[in-house]
Design a protein around this ligand. Structure first.
Ligand code: FEO
Ligand code: CA
Ligand code: CA
Length: 688
């Protein structure tokens, strides 16, 4: 179905909170209901600048501003040619509108609350694979009323998030589809009356272990358009039982040793895999995000150092939501104090070899990794960007010592995968260029017309060398959040996906929201996080030579209702954009347009997928491409020239299995199933 598009898109009148309480409980252990774990007194850059500006006055700030504008040019080579076209205009005041931009020329979908994937007129859609569909040979068909752990371990897992589409041949006919299964929502997964959250059965817990992890399936392009999943020897499930090799400088660390693994080098399973990235060498990086919620009995830890480390990662006392600790002591911190340190990493999966052992990369640090995306620096070194998705947490990058070897041979792949073992881990500091008095927390643009400034990457550790006082290198890698607190990193509004634009080379970060910004005792607005009580999030853009330590940045979008004064759409006419709220996952099309999926729309519509040009006169023209069903989050967007893929995560979540709010995708009275959807039309996506 399709909803009639409008030029100026109306908002829905009935507002609801962005996420259901059940989503919050199962996805992130109710993170928002707990105090933000970053209670450090880290006086980060925003505070410093405010002090400097108030002492020295606006003149100095003006000088910084000029330096920033020049910075985008200077960092990208020859000055004039490198200034992004959008900077030439007067952002925020001109009401610019240009001709339709290739890749984004479609009739936008209006905000809605339909129990459907709603796509533009003229497009087709198909569900590629749903929770429970067979993945590996011998997998049984899904039976909602007769689930088993053995079946689930061969079937598509629950709550699909990241989606990677990796061509296996030059024509793109055969592809690997690699999907994260972030978490389980047991009250929706099991038939009504069969699941007691206080007393799950061992089989139900084992089903949940098998429903986590990743799936690798082969997907073929169809003549009629779109894709279909096919049986293949490459098809694979990775679950809580799959062995991972721990690599990098913290492999074998005393903090990673357990009774089951005295080597500290082999971990069973991966957890809460949220978003990820496809590497230039054809593997997938996947972020272990809200791992904290699976561990029980943290209150038994009396050693203050260890207690502080647990608290900084949001690991609190008592039983866990899912009660896994009753069936395997590794989830019980009182019995296995180090198992919790073996999660919170970036993992790497090689879909080319179904027998390969996946990797946990310690050199990229341990935090609530939303995702990890790679850029090759000018000198050939590999740069990996990753956000720590928590209110007031940080943005990181890793720069390898070795250089990327082009090609996707097994030899090149092995070399490139080893690059992530050895390099430097940094955390980001953002400094605004406008006077502090102009960043008042309302979202009103400062007088220079942009939220922008300069940035610095602060080194944390490189190999066995620590750059943080009081921390050994292995402590930096295992307790990265605490190390970053010490060096003045900027407290951000929940950094989600961070993605380099393959066309213009700039980096983009989604900051989902932060209702606590500016609250009593919390960090106030700064130019990189300019709204107090930020409910709708923003999108940050920066430019650097990936291997360097300086950059320049600005906000592309300050999201929300375009009719309100606190939103900013890259200077584009706000009368002609789609409302957007809670940006989460990012992708680029082949033209360099940014695509954004959302999680937790606070404006009353279902979540969705949006396109936005980032250069030229249409910079900031947000258009909604699709909406996902009731209760769902839109994830994992992949945008190629001829197909768009989106992961529909947790449709109908929160209502329970007895009276589901959503019946997507099977319809009728069926219980909802998370699934991957392909959308296409005859001809190129976003081109008429
Ligand atoms: Fe799993 Fe940060 O979203
Ligand atoms: Ca500014
Ligand atoms: Ca996410």
């Amino acid at each position: 179905m399709s909803v009639q598009p409008g030029r100026l898109l109306p908002l829905l009148t009935s507002h609801r909170s962005g996420r259901s309480p059940v989503t919050c409980e199962y996805r992130c252990g109710n993170a928002c209901a707990h105090p933000a774990p970053n209670t450090s007194d880290n006086e980060y850059f925003g505070d410093v600048v405010r002090n400097v500006v108030s002492r020295r006055g606006a003149l100095k700030a003006g000088a910084v501003m000029t330096a920033t504008a020049a910075g985008f040019a200077a960092l990208s080579g020859t000055a004039a040619a490198a200034v992004p076209p959008a900077l030439a205009g007067k952002p925020g005041t001109s009401g610019r509108q240009g001709a339709p931009v290739p890749g984004t020329d479609f009739d936008p979908v209006a905000p809605n609350t339909a129990d459907a994937v709603v796509i533009p007129e003229g497009y087709e859609q198909r569900v590629l694979i749903r929770w429970g569909d067979p993945v590996v040979p011998g997998a049984p068909e899904f039976d909602f009323h007769n689930q088993s752990a053995a079946a689930q371990a061969k079937q598509f897992g629950y709550n699909n998030d990241f989606v990677g589409l990796i061509p296996q041949d030059g024509s793109g006919k055969r592809n690997f589809l690699v999907v994260n299964h972030e978490y389980t929502t047991e009250v929706d997964m099991f038939p009504a009356g069969t699941y007691d959250p206080e007393n799950p059965t061992e089989e139900q817990v084992r089903i949940a272990w098998a429903a986590h992890g990743l799936s690798v399936v082969q997907a073929e392009r169809e003549r009629s358009g779109g894709l279909k999943v096919v049986p293949s020897r490459y098809n694979r499930r990775i679950t809580m039982d799959t062995e991972f090799e721990v690599r990098g400088p913290a492999a074998g660390s005393k903090y990673l040793k357990t009774s089951a693994d005295p080597s500290g080098r082999v971990v069973r399973g991966t957890q809460n895999n949220c978003a990820g990235g496809v590497t230039p060498w054809g593997t997938v990086l996947s972020g272990e995000e809200n791992f904290n919620q699976y561990f029980a009995n943290a209150e038994t830890v009396t050693d203050p150092v260890q207690a502080e480390r647990l608290a900084r990662y949001g690991i609190s006392g008592g039983a866990s939501t899912r009660k896994w600790e009753r069936f395997d002591k590794r989830w019980d911190i009182a019995q296995e104090p180090n198992e919790v340190h073996r999660f919170g990493w970036v993992v790497e999966i090689d879909p080319n070899d179904p027998d390969s052992r996946p990797i946990k990369h310690t050199a990229l640090g341990r935090f609530k990794h939303e995702a990890a995306n790679v850029k090759i620096a000018k000198d050939g070194r590999v740069v990996v960007y990753s956000g720590d998705d928590e209110r007031f947490d940080y943005i990181y990058k890793f720069v390898s010592n070795g250089k990327y070897k082009p090609g996707k041979s097994a030899h090149a792949r092995r070399h490139n995968m080893s690059l992530l073992d050895d390099g430097t881990l940094y955390v980001a500091k953002f400094t605004g260029d406008s006077p502090a008095s102009e960043i008042d927390g309302s979202g009103a643009l400062p007088s220079d017309g942009e939220f922008d400034g300069v940035g610095e990457w602060i080194p944390l550790a490189s190999g066995n060398k620590s750059f943080v006082d009081g921390f050994t290198a292995e402590e930096v890698y295992v307790f990265t959040r605490l190390a970053a607190d010490k060096v003045g990193a900027t407290k951000m509004d929940r950094p989600e996906d961070i993605e380099p634009n393959p066309v213009n080379g700039r980096i983009y970060a989604a900051l989902t929201n932060n209702s606590d910004r500016g609250a009593s005792g919390k960090a106030g607005a700064d130019e990189a996080n300019p709204r107090n009580g930020n409910r709708n999030g923003h999108v940050l853009e920066w430019e650097e030579d990936g291997a360097g330590t300086r950059f320049v940045w600005r906000l592309l979008l300050v999201c929300g209702d375009p009719a309100t004064a606190d939103t900013y759409f890259g200077g584009f006419d706000k009368n002609a954009v789609s409302p957007i709220s809670c940006p989460d996952n990012l992708a680029f099309d082949s033209y360099g347009n940014l695509w954004i999926s959302t999680d937790g729309n606070a404006l009353g519509s279902n979540d969705g997928l949006f396109s936005v040009p980032v250069d030229g006169p249409n910079r900031g023209q947000v258009k909604q491409f699709l909406t996902v069903p009731i209760g769902a989050e839109a994830c994992g967007p992949v945008v190629t020239d001829d197909v768009v893929l989106v992961a529909v995560q947790h449709p109908g979540e929160g209502a329970g299995a007895a009276n589901p709010e959503s019946h997507w995708p099977d319809g009728g009275s069926a219980n909802p199933r998370p699934a991957i959807v392909a959308v296409w039309k005859k001809g190129r996506i976003g081109v008429r």
